[in-house]
Design a protein. Structure first.
Length: 222
């Protein structure tokens, strides 16, 4: 807000427009510990025949983990969170389905480059094992023009930064627009960083959401 003590100002306001939202949920401790035990056991089984990850390396599982029984509780939490987000956004269609779900393990020294998740509406990540030095995720300004002119700032704030760092802990569940670019810094802890990522899309999108939002059937123009 501008200085209203200036003689040329009667009133001033700041109008936020087109916000980019990230939803952060912390699961109940007993629930996330039960989920973590099942998921970590499943991941250990998937990696049983693989060698330990070398420093600086990462591993990603198959993308169908949401179809496994041992992921059922986590999938239920994801669906509940997604439906709540759709209500918050005032979206009148809440039938969504997980289109992919996979685990990521980053050894000490490993990172994950900036990326997004095309062809989905929401994406997210659930954290099982994140120690200090490996407990953040970066979200990057989606406006390309914001990178053209970058004057120095006196203090970083939400309205002048091009990157937001979100700190997480075991049991944290994040959801965000799939188009929002994000990255993971180098794992500076001594243990692997373990998370489960997922994408969500509207069920029956072509049938339910793609038809034009206007009614036809009237006379055609001459």
């Amino acid at each position: 807000m501008l200085n209203e003590n200036s003689r040329w100002i009667e009133a001033s306001d700041v109008i936020p427009m087109f916000p980019t939202l990230v939803w952060k949920i912390q699961l109940d401790q007993r629930l996330h510990e039960a989920i973590d035990a099942k998921v970590l056991a499943a991941l250990a089984d998937l990696r049983r025949a693989l060698p330990p990850l070398a420093a600086g390396n990462g591993w990603q599982s198959v993308q169908t983990l949401h179809e496994r029984d041992d992921f059922r509780d986590l999938v239920g939490c994801v669906h509940d969170a997604a439906r709540g987000i759709l209500r918050f956004l005032k979206i009148g269609y809440d039938a969504v389905e997980i289109s992919a779900c996979w685990a990521s393990v980053l050894a000490a020294g490993a990172s994950h480059r900036i990326h997004n998740h095309p062809n989905n509406f929401l994406s997210g990540v659930y954290y099982l094992k994140v120690l200090p030095g490996a407990d953040t995720i970066n979200f990057h300004d989606p406006r390309p023009q914001a990178r053209v002119i970058r004057p120095p700032v006196t203090d970083l704030a939400a309205h002048n930064t091009d990157q937001v760092v979100v700190r997480v802990r075991p049991g944290s569940l994040l959801l965000f627009p799939s188009w929002l670019e994000h990255s993971v810094d180098r794992n500076d802890s001594d243990e692997p960083r373990i998370s489960v990522s997922f994408n969500l899309m509207f069920a029956r999108y072509a049938e339910a959401m793609s038809p034009p939002m206007w009614s036809g059937g009237g006379a055609k123009p001459g």
